[in-house]
Design a protein around this ligand. Sequence first.
Ligand SMILES: Cc1ncc(COP(=O)(O)O)c(C=O)c1O
Length: 452
Amino acid sequence: MTHTAQWYHQHNARHFWHPMAHPREMLEHPPIVIAEGSGVEIIDIDGHRTLDGIGGLWCVNLGYSNDAINNAINAQLSTLSFYNCFRGTSNTKAIELSLVLKDFFQEEGLTKCFYTSGGSDSIDTALKISRQYHLLSGEKQRNKFIAFSAGYHGTHCGGASLCGSDRFRTPYSPLLDNCFHVPSPWTYHNPFDENDEERVCEKSIKVLEQLIADEGADSFAAVVMEPIVGSGGVIVPHKSFMPKVRAICDRFGILLIADEVITSFGRAGKWTGSRLWGVKPDILTCAKGISNGCIPFGVCMISEKIAKTFDEDTSKLGTLSTGYTYSGHPVAAAAAITSISEAQRLNVAKNARVRGLELKTALLQLQQKFSCIGDVRGIGLMHALELVSDRQTKSPLPAAQMQELFHKIYRAGLMVRISGNNIIISPPLVVTQFNIETLAQALETGFENFIH
Ligand SMILES: Cc1ncc(COP(=O)(O)O)c(C=O)c1O
């Protein structure tokens, strides 16, 4: 550490605007500053050690300071630190990774990849490719998109237009035209006054069908969905939901874009969220866990059907006039190759499934004990606790109390993420049974110290 802890606290937000935060609030309430990470633990600048219950931000799937990934990055830095992949040049690691990805996504039938620098890039690339596909297919008029309430699709103007929460759109409007939202099949909160999981799903599907009928089926380019809504509150749909969306897309020639920035590479207990529901999307976006969060990186995976249309294009319309300086960055690609092989070697998807069941059991036990836990939901290693002041009315626990609870849990040894009145838990996928017990114990202590 170059400076004292106090120096870092004082300087944190003086010349640095934090994402998703008010600049003044960050000055008035300086955040926790993390200085070190190893395995599943992090240590803050004041020396407080905690279990990282959020995996960095859903991305450090294999834990911190992973030797294999560090070695791959260092070796690549010494061999070729950068070279671009724009028309005319390429680099060895980008090519090697494309074959790894083709194999990884074989079950989904996704054979081509387009490299990006993160999740938001991947989503906006997916939107562009879907429109371009329809253009090449002679259906230029297909330019509308559908997404779901509470979904999160990144922060670029395209993705933000599809985010299901107003707060990501309102300060930046007008954004992209022709974006529509359908209620997510959320059993705990839905506009249908319905509390049966399957019926909620059916009603969301009816809204989707009605929207398509009203607007004209041949005006839609794509439906964009997270197989499990993540940061919007971890909403696990009924198992029939995504297959039904797929069937509707097929019926009307609309593409299905699965936003798997969180769910790809094992978090939900299968290698992808689409696989969990038995669905093959046309485009699948990933980021985060692909490089274990070590280096900004993302990928947009593309189906054979779309690839064929581009391959067969003899006009200039199929030129991909989009891309990033760092598309196919060799150091990020090296990190990704090793992250994927390590994830497979450790079978983290299975671990997420097994540990996720233990986590869910522990969270349900906490719900029995603390009446402020209104809802427990999740699958694999992505869970949320929704905090309420009153279980009957489901009124949210006020923000100040959420912050207080966050600090109590943190002092008890666990980093969690507060999103509205949800506590989000998404630890690295390499957690052990002992780690889950520690996590649950820290939550319990936090809640006990909070109830006063
Ligand atoms: C589902 C989903 N899509 C897109 C994004 C945006 O990714 P990034 O923050 O890497 O741009 C996120 C980020 O959390 C996400 O959860």
